[in-house]
Ligand binder design. Structure first.
Ligand SMILES: C[C@@H](C(=O)O)C(=O)SCCNC(=O)CCNC(=O)[C@H](O)C(C)(C)COP(=O)(O)OP(=O)(O)OC[C@H]1O[C@@H](n2cnc3c(N)ncnc32)[C@H](O)[C@@H]1OP(=O)(O)O
Ligand SMILES: [Co+2]
Length: 134
């Protein structure tokens, strides 16, 4: 069911410092910083020829990445995002397979303007998984 790898996300405390590593050290092409208040994060996308890296900084006291950054103060890989053709069909399949959908269970609009859902890391080998409708 899952298709292309849309992005790998890295959570960081300081987005500008993280951008500098990817822009200056690794020589990558970066988007501008995009605040995503619905998701409690500010995002910079690193554009790669075959995928993206999503640099995430907490936005607001209730950010879903705060606890992760307390556990990983130097930053770390936070989630992977796979594309699906139909997000509601994907959600229903995940539920039928016993996977836990996070939040309300309804898709939110993600940083690319497309519907996204998250699934519990304990159901996916210790990795938080995001699904995005392509
Ligand atoms: C903009 C958008 C986009 O791309 O379009 C985005 O990506 S927004 C990206 C930000 N949004 C999200 O992440 C939304 C979905 N995330 C969430 O609902 C939350 O972050 C949870 C995944 C439920 C985790 O919340 P919290 O850290 O408070 O949970 P918790 O302390 O109860 O953790 C439960 C267990 O899961 C583990 N755990 C927590 N976060 C994890 C992660 N990112 N990767 C792997 N394991 C993780 C904890 O270590 C803990 O394990 P132990 O029990 O063994 O100690
Ligand atoms: Co993401």
């Amino acid at each position: 069911m899952i298709g292309r790898l849309n992005h790998v996300a890295i959570a960081v405390k300081d987005l500008e410092a993280a951008a500098k590593v990817y822009r200056d050290t690794l020589g990558a092409t970066l988007s501008a910083a995009l605040p995503q208040p619905e998701h409690g994060v500010t995002v910079i996308f690193v554009e790669l020829p075959n995928s993206k890296i999503e640099l995430l900084e907490p936005l607001g006291a209730d950010s879903p990445i705060n606890a992760f950054l307390e556990r990983n103060p130097g930053g770390g890989i936070h989630h992977v995002c796979y594309e699906v053709d139909d997000i509601l069909a994907a959600r229903d399949r995940m539920k039928a397979q016993g996977a836990r959908i996070l939040g309300s269970g309804e898709p939110k609009i993600g940083a690319h303007g497309k519907p996204v859902l998250f699934m519990h890391p304990k159901d996916f080998l210790g990795t938080l998984v995001e699904l995005e409708q392509a």
